[in-house]
Design a protein around this ligand. Structure first.
Ligand code: UDX
Length: 433
């Protein structure tokens, strides 16, 4: 079976390569020629563990992946066409910007010559796939087609593993034929007994937003509980662990920190709320999560600023700039929000991140940058651990203490044991402990 992926961003590239790994012939289409040329020279547009190896395997060796900036002939040869272009937040009303999705729908319609299933894999508000169908019907010339929704749940940093070993696959269709075709695309996962949930199209679209919003709610909830822990002398890690042992609650996404960031949660909760409002209903919990998470890094920055009685000439080492470990993505990174707030208060920031420095240098013009942890921390008044990269989990804190001006750590990811760090002579501030 031939598959076409339209958009070689995070979702399109990873999903395309994983379908090639399943054995399908995949054409990844993108109108950005520079991006495609870089890929053809083996240069990955993002850092993602395992991506480069999988790309080299299927582009250079098996040749199951092709790259093209043209819809034709890939679209007319494909049985399944996945739309995987971006759906960023609109500035005016926080809704998802679907212009790229609808442009693609129009172009696909103009290029179809045989029956195929057009699948939205981009995260799109409920109702979008129906609109795609309407647009395509207007532009298509006599060919039969179906639309479907097949949301992805990939996490940056572990996306390939998530694709290969998903918790579930959601297939939203309105014909038996398209359901059967989409199920066959995921047949390799039958071996691992992955649950495949067939729904109507609207349900599939909604499952994605409800899932992301629920996970975001867990994080915002535990973050607020961590504030209370600080006031009453309780320990958030013990609270999370004990709560998580209740199978009805589950242990995951109960790790308190500086707030959630990234390209999905902040964008998706806003779009979910806008969808509800459009349908004259309310998602007041999602709205509260959005507000809580917006304030979270600002409150943490205030806490750090308050720690220093004198606000001038304070130099801070900021370790970790990506929104989470194992990615170079800095979109909505709480480290960067906090760094900027400290700069506004007159502090100076020297930052280091194992993978996202190039991206950060373009965005954070007021930061200075160091090439490693030691250089970032030399002569600093405090060290902030903003992202829980493995590299920061076992720092030689005795050695580091001799390098800094003042031994103060703000561990925003609770990766150290407070007693151990204090014993070495650091002042240690963490979250909810
Ligand atoms: C998320 C969803 O998990 C994934 O299913 C969806 O397809 C895309 O959005 P991702 O954004 O890659 O994935 O990262 P995720 O691991 O979910 O973390 C999101 C944010 O929440 C990060 O900033 C992370 O640091 C934060 N987080 C996560 C917490 O603060 N505490 C937690 O317990 C878990």
């Amino acid at each position: 079976m031939n598959i076409a992926m339209i958009g070689t961003g995070y979702v399109g590239l990873i999903s395309g390569l994983c379908f090639a790994e399943f054995g399908f012939n995949v054409t990844c289409i993108d109108k950005d020629k520079n991006r495609l040329n870089a890929l053809k020279n083996g240069k990955m547009p993002i850092f993602e563990p395992g991506l480069e190896d999988l790309f080299n395997k299927h582009f250079f060796t098996t040749k199951k992946i092709k790259l093209s900036n043209q819809m034709s002939p890939a679209i007319s040869n494909a049985k399944v066409v996945f739309i995987t272009v971006g759906t960023p937040t609109r500035r005016i009303n926080e809704d998802a910007d679907l212009s790229a999705v609808y442009d693609v729908a129009k172009e696909v319609a103009k290029n179809i010559t045989n029956y195929c299933v057009i699948v939205t894999k981009s995260t799109v508000p409920v109702g979008t796939s129906r609109k795609i169908k309407n647009i395509m019907t207007r532009y298509i010339k006599g060919t039969n087609f179906d639309v479907a929704s097949n949301p992805e749940f990939l996490r940056e940093g572990s996306a390939i593993n998530d694709f290969m070993r998903p918790d579930r696959i959601i297939i939203g269709t309105d014909t038996k034929k398209s359901e059967k075709i989409l199920k066959s695309v995921y047949r390799p996962l039958y071996l691992t007994e992955t649950p495949i949930i067939s729904t109507n199209i609207e349900t599939a679209e909604l499952i994605k937003y409800a899932s992301n919003s629920f996970l975001a709610t867990k994080i915002a909830f535990i973050n607020e509980v961590s504030n209370l822990c600080e006031k009453v002398g309780a320990n958030i890690q013990d609270v999370s662990k004990a709560m998580g042992l209740d199978k009805r609650i589950g242990a995951k996404f109960l790790h308190a920190g500086p707030g959630f960031g990234g390209s999905c949660f902040p964008k998706d909760i806003k779009a979910f709320s806008v969808t509800a409002k459009k349908h004259k209903t309310k998602l007041s919990i999602v709205d509260a999560v959005n507000l809580s998470n917006k304030n979270r890094p600002i409150e943490i920055a205030k806490k750090i600023i308050k720690y220093f009685p004198k606000k001038s000439k304070i130099n801070i080492a900021l370790l970790g700039l990506s929104f989470k470990p194992n990615t170079d993505d800095i979109r909505d990174s709480t480290s960067i929000i906090i760094g900027n707030k400290l700069i506004e208060a007159g502090f100076k920031i020297c930052a280091y991140d194992p993978k996202s420095m190039e991206n950060a240098k373009l965005k954070c013009k007021n930061f200075s940058f160091a090439n490693n942890v030691n250089d970032a921390c030399a002569n600093m008044d405090a060290v902030i651990i903003g992202t829980e990269w493995n590299e920061f989990r076992a720092l030689d804190l005795s050695k580091l203490k001799r390098l800094v001006k003042k031994p103060v750590i703000f561990d925003l990811r609770n990766i150290y044991n407070p007693d151990d760090v204090k014993r070495i002579g650091w002042e240690y501030v963490s979250i909810g402990r």
